[in-house]
Design a protein around this ligand. Structure first.
Ligand code: SAH
Ligand code: SF4
Ligand code: F3S
Length: 471
């Protein structure tokens, strides 16, 4: 036995549906002289971005091609996020107008998937509000997409799949990553932490680790295809391996990945402070490919609020952990997530959050206004903070976080860093890359540097980006 109650299944069971749809699409091509096109709209975290790469991979395998233009798509999918109300309302707002498109093109297939419909009542609401939807499916049904699509096309009805297969890890889903040198790789799915504000454990299920050999094989393949940087994904990567019986842990997995030829940089998100072990800090210190950056969500600086959030650490624990990281890994960049206005948060609690920001000096922080989520314990907590106070605190927090980010970035001026160039800046003709510490740097350099490592001297610094020239 290699794991505790996890079933590993292979995408191959979907092959029949992939083949059937591919046949239909070939016929369509022969009759119309063009391929059917798809357009995916993705909301939410990196996990969802990577799930969309799997949707794209499955669609490519079925003979569709991608289009940037939603108007010319034959198939549109919204891959949704539930983490805050705002994320959900954007989805409701954007699906409505598609009715007009569907009226014009009756064969258009429209699907909604991801974290929203994984909640049965949301799936039902979507079906009721938008009867023109063809497919509605949750995160746990992602791999069944070909089957659901086949049913929707052949039976011409709305197909809803919100299965509760808690313990399944699916391997072998075709994945279409955007061309480049960086790739996301799942290592663990789900979350067991149940932070009292958070919907994720309800929409992503319990923690389940992929087998190390599958992860290694995937990364070796990526390396052979030119990938130099991998970002390992999990809601809490430090839990990796706890559900496997072969004694593998996250630091040991990092050791194995560090051996893979061609991979130069290893990143991971997210680490929960309560599970960040000394072994992991040592691995970050000793393994040369593991980058000097950690995303370590603090959520609040108040021990009282952290307890109510069910986070299992105190303000002091967090500060101690940061000290340990900074001592062991000089120049480490620390980024975080912070929620303001959690139920019961007083001015004093909020001051603690500001205090942690000042003490840690986060390189950057994602700041969020607390949003009530259905079915979470915090939803029913007394003393919900009024909107105007939440907004006032939020403004103060953002100002502080930005000041610190600018100060940190200015410390880089005049110094030289290794940048992996992986894109193009939208506004001007610069290429864009990242430092090992995950800072975005706009670089003036010729096109041939694309997807290469270059040494860049930093000449300008702003809150969220830097500018430099190759030396
Ligand atoms: N597993 C990751 C990411 C979770 S979602 C982690 O634990 O860090 C990303 C961030 O959204 C969280 O870190 C939290 O700061 C924020 N978030 C989650 N639920 C929220 C809510 N109900 N209201 C506001 N922010 C929330
Ligand atoms: Fe949500 Fe907490 Fe799990 Fe992160 S660790 S996904 S914040 S429940
Ligand atoms: Fe991610 Fe949003 Fe789902 S943050 S896990 S896409 S609820």
């Amino acid at each position: 036995m290699e794991s505790k109650n996890i079933y590993y299944i292979d995408f191959g069971t979907q092959a029949r549906f992939v083949e059937e749809i591919e046949k239909m699409n070939t016929e369509y091509y022969l009759a119309n002289g063009r391929n059917k096109k798809y357009h995916i709209v993705t909301y939410g975290c990196q996990m969802n971005v990577h799930d969309s790469e799997k949707l794209a991979g499955m669609l490519n395998a079925m003979g569709y091609i991608e289009t940037e233009n939603i108007q010319e798509a034959d198939l549109i999918i919204f891959n949704t996020c539930s983490v805050r109300e705002h994320a959900e309302s954007r989805v409701y707002g954007n699906i409505g107008p598609l009715k007009r498109l569907k009226d014009k093109k009756p064969d258009l297939i429209i699907g909604v998937c991801g974290c929203m419909p994984q909640q049965l009542e949301v799936a039902q609401k979507l079906a009721k509000l938008f009867p023109f939807l063809d497919i509605i499916f949750g995160t746990k049904s992602l791999h069944k997409f070909p089957q659901l699509l086949y049913t929707a096309i052949t039976e011409k009805r709305t197909v809803i799949d919100v299965s509760e297969n808690e313990d399944v890890v699916v391997e072998g889903i075709p994945t279409a990553r955007k061309q480049g040198v960086s790739a996301f790789v799942n290592i663990i799915y789900g979350c067991n932490n149940f932070c009292s504000y958070c919907i994720v454990p309800y929409v992503r299920g319990r923690e389940r680790s992929r087998r190390p050999e599958e992860i290694i094989y995937e990364i070796e393949q990526l390396a052979q295809n030119g990938v130099k940087e991998v970002t390992l994904l999990g809601q809490n990567v430090n839990s990796y391996g706890k559900d496997l019986v072969n004694g593998i842990t996250f630091p040991k997995l990092l050791e194995k990945i560090n051996e893979i030829k061609g991979i130069e940089r290893i990143r991971f998100v997210t680490s929960h402070p309560k599970d960040l072990s000394n072994e992991l800090i040592a691995a970050m210190r000793d393994l040369e490919k593991v980058c000097e950056h950690i995303h370590l969500p603090v959520q609040s600086g108040s021990t009282r609020i952290l307890k109510a959030m069910n986070r299992h650490y105190t303000k002091e624990d967090y500060l101690r952990l940061v000290e340990k990281l900074k001592t062991n890994i000089p120049d480490i960049a620390i980024t975080t997530d912070i929620i303001v206005g959690f139920p019961g948060e007083t001015d004093e609690d909020f001051e603690d959050t500001l205090d942690v920001c000042k003490k840690v000096e986060f390189d950057s922080a994602y700041t969020f206004i607390y949003s009530k989520r259905r079915g979470t314990p915090a939803e029913k907590m007394p003393n919900q903070v009024p909107d105007n106070i939440k907004h006032q605190r939020f403004q103060r927090l953002v100002k502080l976080v930005e000041e610190i980010a600018l100060k940190k970035n200015k410390q880089m001026l005049g110094k030289t860093y290794e940048i992996l160039i992986d894109g193009r800046s939208k506004r001007n003709n610069l290429l864009v890359g990242r430092t090992r510490t995950n800072k975005v740097v706009n670089v003036k350099c010729p096109e041939e540097y694309m997807f290469k490592f270059v040494n860049v001297k930093i000449l300008e610094a702003a809150e969220h980006w830097l500018y430099g020239e190759v030396i």
